[in-house]
Design a binder for this molecule. Structure first.
Ligand SMILES: *[C@@H]1O[C@H](CO)[C@@H](O)[C@H](O)[C@H]1NC(C)=O
Ligand SMILES: *[C@@H]1O[C@H](CO)[C@@H](O)[C@H](O)[C@H]1NC(C)=O
Ligand SMILES: *[C@@H]1O[C@H](CO)[C@@H](O)[C@H](O)[C@H]1NC(C)=O
Ligand SMILES: *[C@@H]1O[C@H](CO)[C@@H](O)[C@H](O)[C@H]1NC(C)=O
Ligand SMILES: *[C@@H]1O[C@H](CO)[C@@H](O)[C@H](O)[C@H]1NC(C)=O
Ligand SMILES: *[C@@H]1O[C@H](CO)[C@@H](O)[C@H](O)[C@H]1NC(C)=O
Ligand SMILES: [Zn+2]
Length: 773
């Protein structure tokens, strides 16, 4: 090469040319190789990003659902449709176990199929229900046996309605009782004991009691302990009526012929097949010998306050205490028996109820998830009602129907499908003891335990139109509140004629949200920040019980209610027409929610909460709120019982350690949800599984002492206190006066403490991979 270089220009030129073109080639080649490598590297690291087709499962699992869906779902919920649904749903009565049960189920199935749900089925169960064979009677007789007064059998205006069921208390045993009447306030143990202390012997008497104070079934159970022969229960106008002003049909207050029906059964699910589904192969206990919480062997019959006034006006005996008085317009005496014009008269009670095996139906409708069809977001409400049941339960069903329409339409259009499956349940026979939902959960218990993300319950959607009440698992607090921040307040259209348009597209900062209304009407109490709305403990009065309290599936219950603190409001324990024949479409339209704006608001919150749970990449559970709640439970135990426990040498240190561990595990996992490797579908799924199984850990597989099937170790109910209780089994061990001696009680307390400590620590191990994380 050197020689040539020194030779002539041409050669040199040629060699120069050859040499430079080789270099250029090499550079081009190098660039190409680098490019390919870079491409591979970029491609490698952008896997799951733009390189993946957006309709691949890996892409969908690791990304949020489309953001436009939220506003679209909220906008599409129509108040007019909900009103029309309610009108249609309340044209017939809906008593469980009658022809209306199947007809109603078929109607909902057909509508859901038309709405575009992927699959709809009926699930029948044969269960023990209870009906009067002939109308039950309450009469008053003179000494010679002449009947001088007979109570009503049905509300005024419904005498000729063959479908409206007469007044009764389901599962009251049949029976006849005659005796002197005694007024016993609410029928609590303390009430009866007070009477005994005043020298009023209840043996052989009939007790008349007001609704309220203790559960429907407890009244006769207590009365029987004091050897009463029967119980008559009524709704006092001081609680449900308007003693001074007009009542129904002029106002929503209960008029004298309105009677609250209801079940005495305090257990959950079919009474013949406890724990197992009431299928054709099921072993059944004796239908003529049913035992359950709340069932006494003396009869109970509910009456209206007009009849109660007749029975109580001339009671003899001393004046009832001032806090036993009510709104009947005269001073209540306790009896026994009558004075004055009614002297020597007796009261006669005849109950003809029979327990019968009847078929009841759930309707189960699904929208299959696009990515995780094996993860279920459950949404439900019961379908049965006592008479026309407009508020309870049709207000909730009217909303559920609209929600299925809106979701179904979007899915049918092909523009969206949730990542996870949404399952709708229209439950049968809730009014007799949450039977349909419980049987279904019992039948599918293994699957639900493995796969259910959450359960949303909207039973009574609107019982008054002031504000929305939320209660349930703290895990669902954030999702629910986030939904209320996107939903316009039901009041907002009243201050503007823009109406529904306000919720569309351009939402201004001026528009009031439902969240703001809730803060104004029901600001948080008990240590929660005052600028957020109240979030209450889960109850035990609707179909969420089996999902939440037995299976540990995070659940939430939504309902519009009265703001009892509003000046000028006359607070009622529940809407006055509850479980009466007056609970009709007309009642809702005139007194509860004339424009259906509150219904619309609940449905919007519910549909957005469903979307958040079914379509968010990470299940939107509020770990920190849950941890705070556990801390609050612990503080509560310390405040209420700390001194006594210390005096007995009981230490809360281990419990505190478990709660502290839970809090740090929750904080760690909460951080992780922020920086999970979103390119790794398995990591996303694994994280979601921890969230999914978290609250399951709080269910004790051996159950808890106390009410059957309430197995949530942290949140529940004490046997000795009707309000909710933290660590109920511990509270009960502390409060149980029946314990033979202090050593036995101490033993029970230590046992419960250890189970609770273990349970919380077991939840920690779910968050931290059995301690290996
Ligand atoms: C029963 O007693 C009432 C008065 O309490 C009286 O009016 C009626 O005639 C009596 N009937 C009979 C059959 O004795
Ligand atoms: C009813 O059931 C109870 C137990 O649940 C039992 O002790 C009792 O003997 C039964 N009575 C009859 C009449 O079968
Ligand atoms: C009830 O009793 C009080 C005093 O105990 C009395 O002032 C009041 O007038 C009585 N009311 C009626 C309606 O009799
Ligand atoms: C609530 O219902 C009452 C009727 O009971 C009605 O007058 C009022 O306008 C309603 N409020 C809202 C915000 O819809
Ligand atoms: C809490 O965590 C610590 C650290 O892992 C552990 O030593 C302790 O035993 C845990 N507490 C309970 C009650 O298990
Ligand atoms: C019942 O529980 C509530 C809430 O914890 C409490 O305020 C109340 O004092 C309890 N009542 C009894 C009788 O223990
Ligand atoms: Zn209901």
């Amino acid at each position: 090469m050197d020689v040539d270089f020194k030779d002539g220009n041409r050669k040199v030129d040629k060699r120069q040319f050859l040499s430079s073109s080789w270099k250029q080639l090499a550079i081009v080649g190098l660039v190409a190789v680098l490019g390919v490598c870079l491409g591979v590297i970029i491609g490698y690291f952008s896997r799951g990003g733009t390189a993946l087709p957006t309709d691949s499962w890996e892409y969908m699992l690791t990304h949020e659902g489309p953001s436009w869906v939220s506003q679209r779902l909220i906008d599409d919920i129509s108040a007019a449709n909900i009103e029309e649904n309610l009108r249609l749903l309340t044209q017939n009565t809906r008593l469980a176990g009658t022809e209306a049960d199947l007809e109603g189920a078929q109607y909902i199935r057909d509508r859901w199929l038309a709405n575009g749900l992927d699959h709809v089925m009926l699930t029948p169960y044969d269960v023990a229900l209870s009906y009067p064979t002939t109308p039950n009677t309450v009469t008053m007789t003179t000494e010679n046996g002449t009947v001088v007064f007979t109570g009503r059998r049905i509300e005024e205006g419904f005498e000729n309605d063959p479908d409206a069921v007469t007044y009764y208390s389901a599962y009251s045993p049949p029976g006849q009782a005659e005796g002197d009447l005694v007024f016993a306030n609410h029928g609590s143990m303390e009430d009866f004991q007070y009477l005994v202390d005043q020298g009023v012997d209840l043996a052989g008497k009939i007790a008349i009691v007001k609704y309220g104070g203790v559960g429907r079934g407890d009244k006769a159970v207590n009365a029987e302990k004091f050897r009463a022969l029967g119980v008559i229960v009524y709704s006092d106008p001081g609680d449900y009526g308007n003693p001074d002003g007009p009542n129904y049909p002029e106002t929503w207050f209960l008029s004298g012929s309105g009677v609250q029906r209801g079940s005495l059964n305090g257990d959950y699910g079919d009474l013949l097949t406890p724990g197992y589904p009431a299928k054709e192969y099921a072993y059944r206990t004796d239908i003529n010998n049913i035992t359950a919480t709340g069932l006494a062997s003396i009869p109970t019959q509910p009456i209206g306050w007009e009849d109660a006034a007749t029975l109580m006006r001339h009671l003899s005996g001393s004046a009832a205490p001032s806090d036993w008085q009510g709104g009947l317009g005269f001073n209540y005496s306790v009896g026994p028996g009558f004075v004055g014009p009614y002297a020597n008269r007796k009261v006669n009670l005849k109950v003809t109820n029979q327990n019968v095996l009847r078929r009841t139906y759930n309707v189960i409708g699904t929208i299959r998830g696009s990515v995780e069809p094996d993860r279920y977001v459950l949404y439900g409400n019961h379908r049965d009602g006592w008479v026309y049941g407009a508020v309870d339960p049709a207000s909730g069903t009217a909303c559920m129907m609209e929600i299925t329409r809106v979701l179904g339409a979007l899915v049918k259009s092909g523009s969206w499908r949730p990542k996870r499956t949404i399952v709708f349940g229209s439950w049968g026979s809730e009014e007799f003891g949450l039977i349909g939902s419980t049987e279904w959960a019992e039948e599918y218990v293994k699957t639900l335990t493995q796969r259910a993300v959450a359960y949303i319950n909207v039973d009574i959607a609107v019982m008054a139109n002031d504000t929305m009440r939320v209660r349930g698992s703290k895990l669902l607090q954030k999702a629910t509140f986030d939904a209320t921040k996107k939903v316009p307040s039901h009041e907002s259209s009243l201050v503007s004629d823009v109406g529904d348009r306000k919720s569309r597209g351009t939402r201004t900062g001026l528009e009031k949200t439902l969240y703001e209304t809730m803060v104004e009407n029901t600001p948080a109490v008990n240590g929660q920040p005052a600028e957020s709305p109240r979030y209450l403990e889960m109850g035990r009065g609707s179909d969420y019980v089996v999902f939440y309290h037995r299976l540990g599936i995070p659940s939430v219950d939504l309902m519009f209610v009265q703001n009892r603190e509003k000046p000028g409001v006359r607070p009622v324990p529940i809407y006055p027409a509850y479980h009466t024949a007056f609970d009709t479409f007309d009642y809702v339209k005139r007194f509860i929610d004339p424009d259906f704006k509150a219904h619309q608001a609940v449905a919007r919150v519910a549909i957005e909460t469903v979307r958040l749970l079914a379509d968010s990449m990470i299940i939107p559970f509020d770990l920190l709120a849950f941890a705070d709640k556990l801390q609050a439970y612990l503080t509560g135990v310390r405040t209420e019982h700390g001194e006594m426990l210390t005096a007995q040498g009981v230490s809360l240190d281990y419990l505190e350690s478990a709660v502290t561990n839970f809090t740090s595990a929750a904080v760690r996992l909460d951080r992780k949800t922020g920086d999970v490797n979103k390119l790794n579908p398995l990591e996303v799924r694994a994280l979601n599984d921890k969230l999914l199984y978290l609250e399951r850990a709080f269910i004790d597989p051996l159950g808890l002492p106390g009410p059957p099937f309430l197995w949530h170790v942290a949140a529940g109910f004490s046997r000795f206190n009707s309000s909710s209780a933290a660590f109920p089994s511990l509270t009960d061990a502390i409060l149980d006066e029946g314990m033979a001696n202090p050593a036995q009680r101490l033993d029970a307390i230590n046992k419960r403490l250890s189970v609770i400590t273990f349970t919380i620590q077991s939840a920690v191990s779910i968050l931290e991979d059995a301690g290996t994380d």
